[in-house]
Every structure is written in C-alpha cells, then in structure tokens.
Write a protein that binds this ligand. Structure first.
Ligand code: ZN
Length: 173
C-alpha cells in the first residue's frame, strides 16, 4: 500500500486546485470505480482462497445509505476486471441493496426507512440517501421520537459471496 501522491499546492495547475463542478459531464465516476476496483480485488483474493478456478458470479451487497450510483457501480465492475486474469473472465456481477436498519438508543425499537411514514419529506429522504451523516438530522424514532439511534445495517459495500467452479473443470465447450 502506497499513499496517494501529493504535490505541494503551488505545483498544481490552477484548474486542479479547486474541485471539479459536480455536474461536469464526461468525468469518470471515480467513487464507483474505486469501490469496484476494491470489490474485484477482494473477489479475486477470496476466490483463490476458496480454490475456485473460474468465477461465475460475484454478489455484492450495497447498503441503502451507501453513497453510490448502482448503475455506475455495476458498469464499473465490468470495467476494472484484470484483463489478463482468466479467473473472473465472463463472471456476472450481482449488486444487491441492503435495507437500512436503525435502532433507537432510547427505547430500543428497530426501524427502517419504510417505518418513517411522513416524517422526512421526499427531498430530505433523498438527502439522507446521498449523505448518510444527514440521517441524524432528519430521522426520528417512530416509537418515541428520539433522534438518538444506531445504524445497524445499510451502510457500506460488502462482498456477499462468490459463485464458481473448482479444480475439476471440464474442457471449454
Ligand atoms: Zn425510540
């Protein structure tokens, strides 16, 4: 692991010093690509450890609160495959969404976004999906109204499972 290269600010062209506009067209989805790259590397490692010679499917679970564009992520997964590695050749990627589960720290009630009823407005629910940290600003326990809760599920990206075949492969058709 090497840290990302850092240049003194003075050496950067002016255009690179300020963040690119969010709506800029044609820029690569770096976030999704970085996640996809990490998932593929983890899948390769896990397949080797499991003695799988040919991976047929990789199932990835993405939390409902994870800030990610699923279609971009699926596209990225097919783009970051190591071209010279036959292990993942032809593998399917399945992206499953994991529903968020909150648990109230006051009354212990567990609830999801479907239990929130009319509490958050549509815009606020959207904001919560894109900025999970905002959940605490908008979400209230439907039982007691407390804003104090833990997030039990629905965050992060998990390599759920790998489906494939082991060492006794028949010859290719
Ligand atoms: Zn509560």
């Amino acid at each position: 692991m090497s840290p990302p290269a850092a240049l003194p600010p003075g050496d950067l062209p002016a255009a690179l010093r300020s963040p690119a506009p969010a709506a800029q067209q044609g820029s690569p989805p770096l976030h999704e690509f970085a996640l996809a790259d990490a998932v593929v590397k983890a899948a390769v490692r896990a397949a080797r450890e499991a003695g799988i010679d040919r991976v047929e499917a990789v199932v990835v679970r993405v939390g409902e609160l994870q800030q990610i564009a699923t279609d971009l992520f699926e596209f990225s997964l097919t783009q970051v495959l190591p071209p010279s590695d036959p292990l993942l050749e032809g593998a399917r990627f399945v992206v499953e969404r994991e529903a968020v589960v909150f648990r109230c720290r006051v009354c212990g009630r567990e609830f999801g976004t479907g239990d929130l009823g009319e509490a958050p407005g549509a815009d606020e629910a959207e904001a919560v999906h894109f900025i999970p940290e905002l959940a605490h600003a908008f979400v209230r326990c439907p039982g007691c109204g407390s804003p104090d809760f833990d997030i039990l599920a629905g965050r992060g990206v998990t390599l759920e499972r790998i489906e494939g075949r082991g060492g006794d492969l028949p010859g290719s058709p």
